[in-house]
Design a protein around this ligand. Structure first.
Ligand code: COA
Length: 204
């Protein structure tokens, strides 16, 4: 196990709770959760003190920080607000080939599997039980929701959200900031910015 470290998590909702759980499962601690909702100031997230607003981060002792916000757009905006050390957290039950690369700020949740040659960008979420097969490229600020299966050589451009239980056949490219609906099957490339649902997934 790595030396225990203290992290901050930005966000104090459900996604932040799961992100904190990944951090503690690694033997680390969450020193504080930060949120812009002033009503949460002084409260607790899974036993962790909530500090509001997030700008307080600038006055706090520097620590590795992870953005625990599920929205890709909000994660991108939040990442741009702070110049801090962005941490990486990979749950101990996740299986990653040693050749996999993970960018700063990214989190891999429990039970996820990432296969050989795949590159995960910065501030991404590979959520519970998702599988990302060999040689995929997942660019910055993507969120691969629980139970998603991506076949080999898929490309997710920046900010793509793949909804719970969706899948993609080999070598499809999903354009930047596209949303793939829950349960969809992506069998053709998707353009940037679309919301695509169904089997096969089609832009609405
Ligand atoms: C695709 C999605 C983004 C659309 O959201 P939305 O624009 O708010 O859509 P609405 O809920 O207003 O639904 C609009 C219509 O699309 C249908 N629809 C919604 N999601 C759908 C999906 N995934 N597949 C097929 N049809 C879907 C609804 O039934 C509704 O149809 P109707 O008008 O005939 O009743 C959303 O439904 C979705 O799938 N999100 C994934 C969420 C997720 O995976 N979260 C994981 C968090 S970790």
């Amino acid at each position: 196990m790595n030396q225990p470290r203290q992290f901050y998590v930005v966000g104090a909702g459900g996604h932040a709770k799961v992100t904190s759980s990944v951090i503690t499962s690694l033997g680390h601690q969450v020193a504080a959760a930060l949120d812009d909702d002033l009503a949460k100031n002084g409260g607790e997230l899974a036993g962790v003190r909530i500090v509001a607003p997030c700008d307080e981060l600038r006055n706090m002792k520097p620590r590795p920080t992870i953005i625990g916000i599920g929205s890709n757009q909000l994660r991108q905006i939040t990442a741009g607000r702070f110049d801090v050390e962005w941490g990486i957290a990979v749950h101990p039950s996740a299986i990653l080939d040693p050749s996999v690369t993970i960018g700063r700020g990214s989190v891999v949740m429990a039970g996820a599997i990432i296969q050989a040659g795949t590159r995960i960008g910065e501030h991404c979420v590979i959520n519970t039980g998702a599988t990302v097969d060999h040689d995929c490229r997942v660019d910055d600020f993507c969120h691969v929701a629980p139970g998603v299966n991506l076949a080999g050589h898929c490309e997710l451009e920046q900010g793509v959200f793949v909804g719970i239980g969706a899948c993609a056949i080999p070598s499809v490219r999903i354009g930047a900031w596209a949303t793939v609906g829950a349960g969809a099957a992506v069998v053709h490339d998707l353009p940037s910015g679309v919301v695509a649902t169904g089997i096969p997934a089609r832009p609405r």
